[in-house]
Design a protein around this ligand. Sequence first.
Ligand code: CUA
Length: 161
Amino acid sequence: MTTMRVGIYERAWMWAAGVLIVLFLAMLGYAAVAQGLRPPSHIETIDPRAVFDDPRFANPGVTAGPDGRVIVTSLAMTFAFQPAEIRVPANRPVSFGLTSSDVQHGFQIVGTNANTMVIPGYVSEFTTVFKRAGEYLIVCNEYCGVGHHLMSSKLIVEAAP
Ligand code: CUA
C-alpha cells in the first residue's frame, strides 16, 4: 500500500482555505440570523398563495398616494405582468410595489435605471422619477420558465399638461 505524500506548503494552503470557508460561512450565518440581514427592499412580506386575495394587490395599477405621490402596484406571474400597461406622469415621484404569485421574476424598465427582482413572498419597492416622456418597455430579466422571453409590459410616461 502506498500513502499519499502531501507537501508541507500544500498542506498549509489546504488548511488556510478550509479555515477561510468556515469563517465566511460563520459570518454569513451570523449576519442572516443574528443581524437579520436581507435585501433592503424585501422587508414587507406577503403570502404568495393568497396574492390575488390580498387587498394590497386587489387592484393592480396606478393610484395616488396620500402625499400626492404616484403609486404603481404590479403583479408578476408566469408569463405576464398585471396590468399590461401603466401610465404615469413625468417629473413626479413614482413608487412601485411589486410581488409575484408564483416564481421569481424581474422587473426592468428598459432605458431607465428602474430594475428590481420580484420574489414570491415579498413586496419589492422602489421610487423613481421619470424625466423623459415616452413609451418604455418593461421586461422580466430573471429566467422564470418557457415563456420568460414573452413576459413584458408597457410603461407610458406622460408629459405634464
Ligand atoms: Cu418572468 Cu422571466
